[in-house]
Design a protein around this ligand. Structure first.
Ligand code: V47
Length: 407
């Protein structure tokens, strides 16, 4: 490595369109860890006896893009430590020693849902005794509480009730934004946006423009599940398909609305289908550059019609690491502590992930399916999790603008 590379520049916020208060766009650090990492990696490559894995490692070191076949080779390998080290090398090049979190609140306004996906234990029919719908006042109280605690983001995701009109979705965004203009509203997945377009016979562009005018800042990644038609027929036969999900995100990016992307794994999908899923996201990201973060979501089976088993910790970490390696055009990879649990999420911060999501406050979707994670985390707990993973905790906003660094 040359002297010039002793420094490392970390860029954040790909989207500052709202001008909502990022401190800086980039920071320059002395970067001994990068030299160390590349030396470690060279040693690791020399010791790697498997030719295919060594070749993939060489590609990573040379900064070359991995092919779908490479990603499949990694999924079929049991060399977690090797894959994790490669992913961590890539992560440190992108994010240095930073690991991010946001003080946020998730709001699941209703569990009533027309789509009845088989992997989901949260959505119920309107007639179900478990059905609930929060009132506007209740939602605003929750937003206010988070705002008073210094929260920067509300993440709204829920069921798709048969009686909701476009005005209900738009109105909620407008109410929140008009009362709390500083709060970033990350709301409605591609599934809800597709649904709004369908029931009103309007285009995605039209719906998204209306939502943006009402104050929508970003779109969460939910609803992607797995793009494969075969697997989707089994787990989510009724809701928007892969093309529709991707088209909603494409349209949002064109309108300057950043979004996130997810992948639900560990149910009926094959490794090939995971790779195909990530490939389609990588292609769209090449086209638009509008995705901020990729979030692999580990499947929880309890109370679902689909049933099945929980994912293993090795699968969780491998999936995080491979996504970091394969999605070379995604700036961030999120280890969502709600689905991974705190301990695996913490290890993931050393295997390619650079983000833990946030304090969350209240989560009902994955808790309905049996996750043993708490409902919320304190900011201090997240800072400690990151610190004891050997990383520098960075509080961010939705757009990866830095709010505070806790060295
Ligand atoms: O789309 C539903 C998943 C998602 C189960 O954009 C389940 O920053 C596991 O997308 N087991 C909603 N997962 C949550 C989501 C999300 C979460 C955090 C951050 C962001 C972001 C997005 O939850 C759904 C679905 O894929 N889900 N049921 C289950 N049984």
């Amino acid at each position: 490595m040359q002297g010039a590379e002793l420094f490392h520049e970390v860029n954040f916020n790909s989207h500052t369109s709202k001008g909502n208060g990022g401190l800086k766009n980039s920071l320059r650090f002395e970067a001994p860890w990068l030299i160390l990492k590349s030396m470690e990696l060279e040693t690791l490559l020399k010791a790697q006896k498997n030719v295919s894995l060594r070749r993939i490692g060489e590609k990573v070191l040379e900064g070359k893009r991995l092919s779908p076949e490479d990603a499949l080779t990694l999924f079929n390998s049991n060399e977690l430590a090797y894959i994790g080290a490669l992913a961590e090398y890539v992560n440190r090049q992108k994010n240095g020693m930073f690991a991010y979190f946001v003080v946020n609140r998730q709001i699941n306004p209703t569990n009533i849902c027309v789509y009845q996906c088989n992997f989901c234990a949260f959505g119920v029919l309107k007639s179900d005794p478990r059905a609930y719908e929060m009132s506007l006042e209740e939602i605003l109280e929750k937003v206010e509480e988070t705002y008073q605690q210094g929260g920067r983001e509300v993440h709204i995701v829920g069921g798709v009730p048969p009686h909701w009109k476009v005005e209900d979705y738009v109105g909620l965004v407008r109410e929140i934004k008009s009362r709390f203009p500083q709060m970033v509203v990350k709301a409605w997945t591609a599934i809800e946006i597709h649904h709004m377009a369908k029931i009103s016979k309007r285009s995605y562009e039209d719906i998204l423009k209306e939502l943006k005018d009402a104050g929508l800042d970003a779109i969460p990644g939910g609803g992607a599940e797995i793009f494969s038609e075969r697997a989707r027929k089994i787990i989510a036969p009724y809701k928007a398909n892969a093309e529709e999900y991707l088209e909603v995100h494409r349209t949002a990016h064109k309108l300057g609305i950043p979004s996130n992307a997810t992948m639900l794994y560990g149910h009926v999908e094959t490794y090939e289908e995971r790779v195909e899923h990530m490939l389609r996201l990588r292609e769209l990201q090449d086209e638009t550059g509008g995705f901020q973060v990729f979030i692999p979501l580990a499947y929880w089976p309890e109370g679902t019609r689909l049933g099945g088993k929980r994912t293993s910790s090795v699968d969780d970490l491998k999936t995080i690491a491979i996504s970091r390696l394969f999605l070379d055009n995604f700036p961030h990879i999120k280890a969502y502590w709600i689905t991974l649990g705190e301990k695996i999420a913490q290890i993931a911060l050393n295997m390619g992930a650079d983000d833990l999501d946030g304090t969350i406050e209240e989560e009902r979707i994955v808790h309905s399916a049996g996750t043993t994670s708490p409902y919320k985390q304190s900011k201090e707990k997240l800072i400690n999790l990151i610190r004891s993973a050997g990383k520098i905790p960075v509080e961010r906003d939705t757009f990866y603008n830095i709010v505070a660094i806790y060295p």
